[in-house]
Every structure is written in structure tokens, then in C-alpha cells.
Design a protein around this ligand. Structure first.
Ligand code: URA
Length: 307
């Protein structure tokens, strides 16, 4: 087996030992692996014919073929291109009506659900996704955009990544009704692939920001949790130098509210090793400390390697 393919096979075995049973492979990478495997098969078979017997190389190759053939189908991948669409209009100007948080949030929800720009981008049966949770929440989770399930139901965090987010919330000793969950973008970004999600463009985030800002102004959370790159860019503004890996686990600020930067749950679905789970959990522990939530010894030790 060529050393590149062998390294991939070894890494897959290592991940499997760590309990990872799905890996994310980019289209281009998959094409490369498949073409290298085919080349390797051709070479091996030529060598086998000339030796007229099958040696260890062909056995190793069938290992890899098996590995690739038996690999679970790659999870939906990211589409990167936004379809060509007319430019977005100026972002909406929001003046909140008087009233308590519940009244204001209900008013804002009506505005967002009626937003023509948001509606224009939906799939035929799709819904705008406003956000859900407590108008008095201390913790405000900000994701990137609705996915397929969210667009279908009109509720945030109900797809696979959302379900993982809800598990994280419950590990913190909270329910999704006690926190608030929304996204930078209120519609599902349309794209040119029949599967997967596309991250919102800077223009889309710029258009949606007043809605998000108004949600934050009404709820006045103690902490905002920015889930992944798009949420960080949407809240803090674009910065080509910023890498999620270097800012994750640190505090930033949005309208004077502390922002904890952490992984997007879909990243954890794709790369859910004990190490990444612990990293994400340490971010949540920091949030719990900031919000003065009780933390049990058991919670402190979630995702630590077994001694
Ligand atoms: N569900 C959402 O609503 N948003 C995300 O970013 C992920 C899951």
C-alpha cells in the first residue's frame, strides 16, 4: 500500500479505536483516495500477474479496499457556493415597542416571520426560524443558520447538530426551555447541492444582524455562546486572521455581553473524539462559572480520560 493511503488507513483505525464511527471527507479528498486506490489496484494486479502469485502487497491493498468499501457514507458535506441572487437590501431597522421581554419577543418574532427577504430565500415548504427558549434566559446560544430540519419545522436546533446541542445543555443541568437558542441567519442558506448546509455569506449575516441584536437586547443574557465560525464572524465581525482553533475557549464581547467562543455541534458530530468533547465541555464549564451555576464533581470530570 502506498504510504499516503497507509497513513489514512492507520488514522481511520486510530479514530475508530477512539470511538469515532463517522468521518467527514471532502469531495476532492474522496476522489483522490479513490483514484489512488484504483491506481494501486492496477499496479498490484500488474505486479501480481508478472509474479503470477499474490504477495503481501495485494493483501494490504484489499484491506484498504475493504476499509473504503465498508466505510459509512460520508455525512452531508458543506456546500460552499451561494447561488447568484440579487443583492440584499439594507438591513432592517428595529425599534422595539414598550413592554416586557415576552411581549417584545413576541412582537419581534412577528416581524421576523413576516420578513419578505427571509421568506424569499426559503425552499417551497420551508419556514423562517426565529429562535426559541426563555425570554429571561441567562444563556443565549447563537448558531449559524437553520438546517433542513430547522427550516422544515421552523424551530432551531432540532436536526442532528441541534440534538447534540440539547444534550450539551442538559449536561449543564438545564433544559432548552431555560436557555435561548437562535442563529445568526433566520433562513436556511440556499445552495447548489441537494444535501448539506452552506455557511451564511457576510452579506446575509449583515442583513440578519439587527434581528439578532434585538433578540439579545430583549433577553439581556449573562452570556452568549457563539457556536462555530459563522456565529463568531456574525457577532464579532469578519477577521481573516481569526482562526476558530485559536479563539475557541476564550471570551469576546458583543454589546458588552461576554461571548464564549466554542465549536459548532456539527464539528463535534464529525470530530467527536474524547479530546474535542472535553474542549467543548471546558467551554461550557467556563460559562457555568460565569453564570454562577452549581457544578458537581461529576460534571467537572465529564470527558476526562479514564485514569
Ligand atoms: N441547529 C440550528 O438551528 N443552528 C445551528 O447552527 C445548528 C443546529
Amino acid at each position: 500500500m502506498s504510504s499516503g493511503l497507509e497513513a489514512i488507513a492507520n488514522e481511520l483505525r486510530r479514530l475508530q479505536r477512539d470511538g469515532v464511527n463517522r468521518v467527514f471527507v471532502e469531495d476532492d479528498t474522496m476522489r483522490l483516495i479513490t483514484s489512488r486506490a484504483t491506481e494501486q489496484a492496477r499496479d498490484t494486479s500488474a505486479a501480481g500477474n508478472s509474479r503470477s502469485q499474490r504477495g503481501p502487497a495485494s493483501t494490504q491493498h484489499s484491506d484498504l479496499k475493504e476499509l473504503i468499501n465498508n466505510a459509512p457514507p460520508p455525512p452531508p458535506q458543506r456546500a460552499t457556493e451561494a447561488p447568484k441572487a440579487p443583492p440584499l437590501p439594507e438591513p432592517p431597522e428595529i425599534t422595539l415597542p414598550p413592554g416586557d421581554a415576552t411581549t417584545q419577543l413576541a412582537w419581534l418574532k412577528e416581524q421576523v416571520l413576516a420578513c419578505e427577504v427571509c421568506q424569499k430565500h426559503l425552499s417551497p415548504e420551508g419556514k423562517v426560524v426565529f429562535g426559541a427558549g426563555s425570554p429571561e434566559a441567562d444563556i443565549f446560544f447563537c448558531g449559524e443558520a437553520p438546517g433542513t430540519e430547522e427550516e422544515r419545522t421552523g424551530e432551531p436546533a432540532v436536526g442532528k447538530a441541534g440534538q447534540l446541542l440539547c444534550k450539551i445543555i442538559s449536561a449543564m443541568g438545564l433544559s432548552r426551555q431555560q436557555v435561548y437558542i437562535t442563529n445568526i441567519l433566520k433562513w436556511r442558506p440556499e445552495h447548489d447541492k441537494p444535501y448539506g448546509n452552506r455557511p451564511p455569506t457576510p452579506e446575509e449575516m449583515h442583513f440578519s444582524l439587527p434581528y439578532l441584536r434585538a433578540q439579545i437586547e430583549i433577553i439581556k443574557p449573562k452570556v452568549i455562546i457563539a457556536l462555530g465560525n459563522a456565529a463568531v464572524t456574525g457577532l464579532l465581525g469578519p477577521d481573516p486572521e481569526r482562526k476558530l482553533g485559536s479563539v475557541r475557549g476564550t471570551w469576546a464581547s458583543f454589546d458588552n455581553i461576554p461571548v464564549m467562543i466554542t465549536f459548532h455541534p456539527s464539528y463535534l458530530l464529525r470530530n467527536g473524539t474524547l479530546k474535542t468533547k472535553r474542549m467543548a465541555w471546558e467551554d461550557m464549564l467556563q460559562v457555568m462559572v460565569k453564570c454562577e451555576l452549581d457544578i458537581s464533581d461529576k460534571q467537572r470530570s465529564f470527558f476526562l480520560p479514564k485514569a
